[in-house]
Design a binder for this molecule. Structure first.
Ligand code: PMP
Length: 475
């Protein structure tokens, strides 16, 4: 065993990992990367097929990101946002507000381009450290806003079945994945859940999943939207929290076109706020800058992390409206201040990386590449349908999830203890492709720099791994 692998096994406790299993085999110790390729300490190369848990955008060791960080390092790595401003964070906040808007920025009454088009447009940025803290900040702001505006004295949140918004206690409280959340029940605040538009396992619409065009139109009366509307009528929620267009940790569940727009309208009509958790879907992952933009929905809160720095550094942000911001204004002694902040809030290195990442992302070359990659991915994924173990193949932009099933005719799931996803991913790793399963779903989220040949290799490895572990074609 490599000495670093031994050190890891002796001292490191890994996230979401059964450490008894971890100790049974030598872990892959990653040492370097270039583009979509990672290399381990033994010199074996792998394709990073889940963009290092959905964080990496433009590839590893990107010259522009490296240069931006080196430039910033010559100035200063970190200064505190508690009491002081800094250049990259100020520039980044301005840029995030601009890119966060669903509708193109119009000149407002003051004639200042880029100013908030309305009090309900995204206008302010609160920085934090990761997806979970972005959600914590948001939940506190929304809770307090709801109380201060007199809408409710004990505000409650509504979120979707299978929702995942992070691992800190507040974020877990609005999550609904039993496996992750049950153990901490006693620690959590109560939130309500509502049906998610998981078409493949929809109790109302039994359209054939392999006919993607039929999924939404056949027999669908938007019962899932009706469920949200009914919940919103029953109670004055502070907010509905959603992962727009794709629920990541629930199994890359791609929502049907139109769900977000309809639900967004229902939330507005009810007077509640809309919280868009774009921690995974942000920064071009679903095809537009933010998933909300695809349905021209403007949330009251937009949470970003993961890809914010191009996958280089932990940094997150909560974008919100002038309306929300104003609810926290007052005389000092009124103590209406938003009492929340972290040591690394507004980190200069992270902000410098984020600015460089946005520059690349908004360039014509990146846009063209992403569009081509999305089409390639669609074509490659078609080759998986013939396999008996493949129940559903979902894609939204550059997010894909392949749901493995024990019986494709009945959609019967494999029991979790069979570790089907884990075994398939191990077989992929032997073929030089890395991703991490979500139960029986295999995610593919290629970095945007992935070439057509690399993408083909990713999907081929998945196809061969499924055949190796679960057998071949549907009969
Ligand atoms: N929200 C969503 C939608 C996520 O996918 C994740 C992480 N997978 C989080 C929040 C939490 O982010 P982090 O792991 O950076 O705390």
């Amino acid at each position: 065993m490599h000495k670093l692998a031994r050190l890891d096994q002796k001292y490191v406790w890994h996230p979401f990992t059964q450490m008894r299993d971890w100790a049974k085999r030598e872990p892959i110790v990653l040492a370097s990367g270039k583009g979509a390729v990672l290399e381990d300490v033994r010199g074996k190369k792998y394709l990073d097929a889940n963009a290092s848990i959905w964080t990496n955008l433009h590839g590893h060791n990107h010259p522009k990101l490296n240069a931006a960080l080196q430039r910033q390092l010559k100035k200063v790595a970190h200064t505190s946002a508690l009491g002081f401003a800094n250049e990259p964070a100020a520039l980044l906040a301005k840029r995030l507000v601009k890119v966060g808007r669903a509708v193109p920025a119009r000149r407002n009454a003051t004639g200042i381009a880029g100013a908030s088009p309305s009090r309900k447009g995204l206008a302010k940025v609160f920085f934090s450290d990761d997806g979970s803290t972005a959600l914590e900040v948001t939940l506190k702001m929304s809770y307090e806003f709801t109380r201060r505006t007199g809408r409710s004295r004990a505000p409650k949140f509504l979120s979707l079945q299978g929702a995942y918004h992070g691992d800190t206690v507040g974020a877990v409280s609005v999550g609904h994945i039993d496996l992750f959340h049950k153990a901490y029940g006693g620690l959590l605040f109560k939130s309500d859940q509502v049906m998610s538009p998981y078409c493949y396992r929809c109790p109302f619409n039994r359209a054939k999943p392999e006919r993607t065009d039929a999924r939404v139109t056949r027999k669908c009366n938007w019962e899932c939207v009706g469920k949200v509307e009914a919940k919103l009528k029953r109670r004055k929620y502070a907010a509905l929290v959603v992962e727009p267009r794709v629920q990541g940790a629930a199994g890359m569940i791609a929502h049907p076109e139109g769900w977000l727009k309809r639900v967004g309208k229902a939330v507005r009509a009810s007077g509640a706020q809309l919280i868009a958790d774009e921690v995974m879907t942000g920064f071009g992952r679903t095809g537009s800058m933010f998933a909300c933009h695809k349905e021209t929905v403007t949330p009251d809160f937009l949470c970003v992390a993961k890809g914010l720095t191009g996958g280089y550094l932990p940094m997150a942000a909560t974008l919100t409206t002038q309306n929300v911001f104003d609810a926290f204004l007052g005389e000092y002694e009124e103590f209406k201040t938003f009492f929340h902040g972290h040591s690394y809030t507004g980190n200069q290195l992270g902000a410098a990386a984020a600015l460089a990442s946005l520059e690349i992302l908004q360039g014509a070359e990146s846009k063209k590449k992403r569009r081509a990659l999305e089409n390639n991915l669609r074509d490659e994924l078609k080759t998986l349908w013939p396999l008996a173990a493949v129940g559903d193949v979902r894609q939204e932009g550059l997010v894909a999830g392949v749901e493995l099933v024990a019986d494709w005719r009945t959609r019967k799931a494999f029991p979790l203890k069979a570790q089907v996803g884990i075994r398939v991913c191990e077989a992929m790793a032997r073929r030089g492709v890395l991703t991490r399963p979500i139960g029986n779903v295999i995610p593919l989220l290629p970095p945007y720099c992935t070439t057509a040949a690399q993408l083909r290799k990713m999907v081929r490895a998945l196809r061969e791994a499924i055949v190796e572990v679960l057998g071949g074609a549907k009969v």
